[in-house]
Design a protein around this ligand. Structure first.
Ligand code: SF4
Length: 91
């Protein structure tokens, strides 16, 4: 195993500071008509996990609470359907 302890000690690299949340990303589900080897969520046609309406409402409420104007949506086949739900609730 590579020893990385020396990379954690203070050095000349400037400190990284977290700023306010500006553009969160929401993954809508794992159902997809593709089954790409590079998929980072292991989506596919046999996956059934998708965001439900209650969770969509929670996400929208949090966006409003935090006054976030940009939301990145990602997901498989469910994307169009859930994206429509987001748009319907936001207008
Ligand atoms: S979500 Fe994207 S990367 Fe994953 S299987 Fe579907 S098309 Fe491929």
């Amino acid at each position: 195993m590579l020893d990385t302890l020396d990379r954690l000690t203070p050095g000349s690299f400037p400190p990284i500071r977290r700023q306010s949340l500006q553009a969160p990303q929401v993954n809508l589900g794992y159902l997809c008509n593709q089954q790409c080897q590079h998929c980072h969520v292991d989506a596919g046609p046999r996956r059934t996990e998708n965001m439900d309406a209650t969770t969509i409402d929670l996400v929208i409420a949090k966006l409003e609470e935090l006054r976030i104007e940009v939301l990145a949506l990602q997901g498989g086949l469910k994307l169009c359907e859930v994206r429509s739900a987001f748009l319907r609730r936001n207008h």
